[in-house]
Design a binder for this molecule. Structure first.
Ligand code: FAD
Length: 396
């Protein structure tokens, strides 16, 4: 068992706060440094699949999150024009029966707020406006000094870099390298149900079309509908990776689609645009007393809705490893357990891009028809793929 008492975490995103809570519940002294002056999350939804839910349950958050949840009835993939179902698989019933945990939709701000409150209750110290600018292992190698941009420093036993895809901690550990634009942009938005002229099915629905797709689902007990609309693009000219998008441009990109899509987007008043970025696999996730977690070490395309789920799983495994082994063994074990898992999900996400965007013209559509046939005649094949994602149990 490692003698880790003081943990400093760079980044108060979902990954950073889960990690902070997991360590605090082991009785460690935890400081989270967040660059923003206000705690919060982007105004968008999040699919919390059973694998991530189980971690949140272990962290004791189930009852605090319950009032904010929406339980989708089915996972659906539909044709962008005709509305034909290529897949309609019962999600609510299956998740409980098969994985003993629900599949929830949450507003990111709700999850973030519940996490932040639980962290404060558990004694986590969250510093705001605290930009981590670097670190230095002390000569004895028995602690690590973390430097903030404003001149403050903090001495800890372990630094967790949960500072997202543009991680500063990763940059110091492995050198400067820009993330790669993956040739896709995503518009996101949240629409009050009261503003909708039509009824949206209570499903987690992917609308698949040529070179683009749209995901829609309810949030906050059915008060809002969240959408993520993804379009393939050759270039991304903006310096920012997230900016306010143009609603008319979004509506034009999906014009001629099924009325459920066009009516939904027709009600959008505001949208934000993301460049979807990735990174090549990192040679290592840890060095000395520093370790990476979440998007800082394995950003992924959102087409399995598993990016935050992976950060949540990371947090549980890291805390368990640190509680069980000496520090160096713990960090090696953490990477050994997490890298194959997150690589598998990254690959599934990439493959879904081709499926949802009907790559290959008629062949693309044929793949969706094959999925439809498989879901009817060989549901076990599809189920076993989902089991590997949603039924995951950490080996530590
Ligand atoms: C369109 C889209 C839809 C998605 N949908 C889903 C979904 O349904 N389900 C799901 O599981 N995942 C989803 N994801 C993925 C998910 O959003 C990310 O994987 C997840 O938020 C990563 O969490 P994180 O804590 O690792 O990083 P982040 O959320 O990026 O948090 C990093 C934090 O670090 C802070 N920070 C950065 N640099 C510093 C510094 N130097 N010092 C101090 N603080 C710093 C940042 O301000 C931020 O608060 C989606 C992603 C996209 C783009």
């Amino acid at each position: 068992m490692s003698h880790i008492n003081r943990v400093v975490i760079a980044g108060a995103g979902i990954g950073g706060l889960c990690s902070a809570l997991a360590f605090a519940q082991q009785g460690k002294q935890v400081v989270v440094c967040e660059q923003a002056w206000q705690l919060g999350e982007v105004g968008a939804g999040l699919q919390i699949s059973p694998n991530a839910f189980k971690v949140l349950r272990e962290l004791g958050l189930e009852s605090a999150l319950q009032p904010f949840a929406f339980v989708p009835q089915n996972a659906a993939i539909r044709d962008y024009k005709t509305g034909e179902y290529y897949l309609k698989s019962p999600l609510a019933a299956q998740a409980e029966a098969r994985y003993k945990a629900p599949y929830w939709h949450l507003h990111r701000a709700d999850l973030h707020q519940v996490l932040a409150q639980a962290c404060s209750k558990a004694g986590v110290d969250i510093w705001l406006g605290a930009v981590v600018s670097g670190y230095r292992e002390e000569a004895s190698s028995e602690s690590i000094r973390v430097f903030l941009e404003d001149g403050r420093t903090y001495l800890a036993d372990l630094l967790v870099g949960a500072d997202g895809i543009r991680s500063h901690v990763r940059e110091q550990m492995l050198g400067a390298e820009q993330p790669t634009f993956m040739g896709q942009v995503a518009w996101r938005g949240v629409i009050p149900v009261a503003d909708l002229p039509i009824t949206i099915q209570p499903d987690a629905c992917v609308w698949a079309g040529p070179d683009r797709h749209l995901v829609s689902y309810y949030l906050r007990g059915g008060e809002y509908v969240n959408f993520v609309a993804v379009e393939e693009r050759q270039d991304w000219r903006s310096e920012s990776w997230r900016e306010e998008g143009d609603v008319t441009e979004l509506q034009a990109a999906f014009s001629g689609w099924h009325p459920e899509v066009t009516e939904l987007l027709g009600a959008a008043k505001q949208t934000f645009l993301w460049a979807l970025n990735g990174r090549d696999a990192l040679p290592t996730w840890h060095q000395g007393r520093v370790v990476l977690l979440g998007d800082a070490c394995h950003p992924m395309l959102p087409f399995m809705a598993q990016g935050a789920a992976m950060a949540i799983e990371d947090a549980q495994v890291l805390a368990r490893c640190v509680a069980t082994y000496d520090l160096q063994t713990a960090l090696v074990k953490y990477e050994q357990v997490r890298k194959p898992r997150t690589t598998q999900i990254q690959n599934l996400s990439k493959a879904n891009a081709g499926l949802y965007h009907m790559h290959g013209g008629v062949f693309g559509k044929a793949k969706l028809q094959a999925l439809k046939a498989a879901s009817r005649f060989a549901p076990k094949v599809i189920q076993s793929k989902l089991d590997s994602v949603y039924g995951y149990e950490s080996p530590v």
